[in-house]
Write a protein that binds this ligand. Sequence first.
Ligand SMILES: Cc1ncc(C[n+]2csc(CCOP(=O)(O)OP(=O)(O)O)c2C)c(N)n1
Ligand SMILES: [Mg+2]
Length: 579
Amino acid sequence: MATAPKEEVKSTATAEDEREQIDGFHLIIDALKLNGVETIYGVPGIPITDFGRMAQAEGIRVIAFRHEQHAGNAAAIAGYLTKKPGICLTVSAPGFLNGLTALANATTNCFPMILISGSSEREIVDLQQGDYEEMDQLAIAKSLCKTAFRVLHAADIGIGVARAIRAAVSGRPGGVYLDLPAKLFGQVMDAEAGEKSLIKVIDPAPAQIPAPTAIERALESLKNAERPLVVLGKGAAYAQADDAIRTFIEKTGIPFLPMSMAKGILPDTHPQCAGAARSLVLKESDVVMLIGARLNWLLSQGKGKPWGGRKKFIQIDIEPKEMDSNVEIAAPLVGDIGSCVSALLDVLGSNWPAPPADWANAVKTKKDTNIARMAPRLANNNFPMDFHGALGVLRTVIKERPDAILINEGANTLDLARGIIDMYKPRKRLDVGTWGVMGIGMGFAIAAAVETGKPVLAIEGDSAFGFSGMEIETICRYNLPVCIVVFNNSGIYRGTDTNELSSDPAWTRFVSDSRYDRMMEAFGGVGIHAITPDELKSAVDTAMDSGKPTLINAAIDPAAGSESGRIGNLNPQSKLRKK
Ligand SMILES: Cc1ncc(C[n+]2csc(CCOP(=O)(O)OP(=O)(O)O)c2C)c(N)n1
Ligand SMILES: [Mg+2]
């Protein structure tokens, strides 16, 4: 029998040795894949460039951005849409810091995401000896997210990834930081032991069942109401308990008020929707049930003038600490929203008394009046175009395409669009959220398109767009079905401010008559300049039907906006300043 030449035997043995080993790169990829991660949003660089390549080679979709903040926002909204943590991948120090804003914003908004950052060597960082991009990232991240972990040994990768996933989605969802020092990627260990060390997270967001007594208490409070109201928050949308919530609202007959991102859980055109009678229902209601909505500044902390007087609050929230955060909660209902609403339905029975007719009529009358008053403004085809004329046509675009996802940021562009554009389906409106943060636009648009495959319409103030505008190259590169409409009023709030004292422009103003559409053309997308509502409508229709990356520069009258949109009252005022 012929024996193999010596050289060949040696190389086979080496190959076998290698097969039996696995490195950090692949353990991380395998841990993510084992837990159903399909997409990573990030920006390459040392020490993660090869990791991204390998993840791509192993079948994970890696969407590369131009700036980490937008990759982070994409991951956050992917988490919101899917109830699985969105993954953002960044390089050390500056890349990490760029991603951190999105991580903090995700945590504030209760979006599950994991920011994974490469980091420098512990030994050098801890002695502050000046490593490449040296920074104690773990310490910095801790205060800005739910929890933060670091993995130092390849054998702990499975645990680290599992803990990060569970922390992001269980209880109240939020951001998690996972620190992976450069050396970890290259560590090797026995392949079999490595694979065994990986953990598939079982039941990552366990149901939290409310106590029966809490259910009784809530229904008792609701039953005695004369002017009941349900407020739906984005927590209710996140819960994906759409059928149960709809059944509860319809069985009780109570008017409901959707917060911005809760629009569409039930259609805004539903007879019980009180969106167009917001001031009246906040002021006049006597018992208010909050479902996944917090009594933060967006609801005037549950007190003061907008609320008219003391209310009885019933609150459904997964986070016990949320109760009594601002005012007394008469009936706290702690649990996940799906379980809580189902438990309410079980006890509700089939003959729950409808709210007093006076109340339902008062809400309907107010709503009808407000809608009728608004109608002619939305139908105008003025030149120069104003917000109402432009939003009137975009309202029709969404009515005709209820499956499309609407992204919205700006001041006037946000506040007016929120009121004017009816939503018909859950989780179709994604916006600036709890902080009113500018810069979510393109990151959200990209993830919405990637995660759902549905057409996306991003309605952006010209200032708002500027925060993430460079990502239109990303949109073109991945050929995503995103239509961006820039409401170009040449400035922040308005384009008419003047600076009396110097030749510098007022600091709220931009270059007049800018052509944002031409930016899109630079990357091979479609750019359109629209100056009337009719032109805008036809351009958006074409874009939404074609699915081609499109940016429409909608020229809005620079004088049309108001200071800070609808929240100008939050600007501090000095008694010394003459009005
Ligand atoms: C990160 C961040 N920086 C600054 C702000 C303050 N801010 C609120 S709205 C806004 C821009 C408003 O202008 P634009 O988007 O053009 O909307 P318009 O009112 O003109 O329609 C800014 C800068 C913010 N909310 N978030
Ligand atoms: Mg503007």
